[in-house]
Design a protein around this ligand. Structure first.
Ligand SMILES: C[S@@+](CC[C@H](N)C(=O)[O-])C[C@H]1O[C@@H](n2cnc3c(N)ncnc32)[C@H](O)[C@@H]1O
Length: 197
C-alpha cells in the first residue's frame, strides 16, 4: 500500500534531475552530483544483510530519495529509516515518499544526535551517506564524520558512496580499513566504501 502510494506520487526521473539541477545551482559544493543515483548504485548500497537485519537505518544526504527508496525496499516491515537532507529544494520529491517507516527531515547531518534523540528509536544499525565529503569545507566534513562516529554503536555499519577517496582519510582513523566497490554504471562512476565499526 505504502509503495503503491509512493509510485503514484514520486516524480519521474526527468523531473527529479531538474530538481537536482535547481538545488545544484544554489549550493554546488553541497550537491556535487548533477544526476540522481542509478539503480545499480542504490542496489550496491542497499541490497545487504546489514540493511535487511537493521531496526534503524539513517540516510544522510538522500538528495531526491534514490537511496532512501532502495533502502526501504530492502528493510524489514518493522524497521525505521531517518533521512536527513540539507537542501530545502530537494524536500519536494523526498516528502512524496509515502512509507510509514520513513521519517524525512530537512536538516544538517552535523546535528544527527539531536534528530536521533527526537525520534526516540535508539541507535542506528546502519548509516548511509551520499554527502560529498570531497567538496565540503574540511571543518564541516570533519563535523559530519564526528556526528556519524558518535551515533554509530560498535558493530554498526557505515556506508558512503563517493566520487573521491577523501572519505577514507576522514573515516579510516575512526573505523579502520573499508571495503571498497566501484560502481561504473552511475553518472559519474562512484566508489562505495563500507566500514563495520
Ligand atoms: C550526491 S547527493 C546525494 C544523491 C542521492 N542520494 C541520490 O541517490 O541520488 C549529496 C546530497 O547530500 C546533501 N548534503 C550535503 N551536505 C549535507 C549535510 N551537512 N547534511 C545533510 N545533507 C547534506 C546535499 O544537499 C545532496 O542532496
Amino acid at each position: 500500500m505504502a509503495s503503491t502510494e509512493t509510485e503514484r506520487q514520486y516524480p519521474s526521473f526527468a523531473s527529479r534531475a531538474k530538481t537536482v539541477f535547481k538545488a545544484w545551482l544554489k549550493e554546488p559544493a553541497q550537491i556535487s552530483s548533477l544526476v540522481p543515483s542509478s539503480h545499480v548504485l542504490t542496489e550496491e548500497v542497499a541490497n545487504r544483510d546489514c540493511v535487511r537485519r537493521a531496526k534503524l537505518v539513517v540516510d544522510l544526504g538522500p538528495g531526491t530519495g534514490e537511496t532512501t527508496q532502495s533502502l526501504l525496499h530492502h528493510m524489514s516491515e518493522t524497521s525505521h529509516l531517518i533521512a536527513i537532507e540539507k537542501s530545502e529544494v530537494l524536500m519536494e520529491p523526498l516528502r512524496k515518499i509515502s512509507d510509514p517507516r520513513a521519517i524525512i527531515i530537512n536538516g544538517d547531518a552535523r546535528f544527527l544526535a539531536r534528530y536521533l534523540a527526537e525520534a526516540g528509536l535508539g541507535a542506528p544499525d546502519v548509516i548511509v551517506s551520499g554527502i560529498p565529503f570531497s567538496t565540503l569545507p574540511q571543518r564541516i566534513a570533519l563535523q559530519v564524520i564526528e556526528a556519524i562516529d558518535a551515533a554509530l554503536p560498535k558493530g554498526g555499519t557505515f556506508i558512503a558512496y563517493q566520487l573521491s577517496n577523501r572519505i577514507e582519510e576522514l573515516a579510516s582513523p575512526l573505523f579502520g580499513e573499508p571495503e571498497v566497490e566501484t560502481v561504473w554504471l552511475n553518472l559519474p562512476p562512484l566508489r562505495v566504501f563500507s566500514w563495520v565499526k
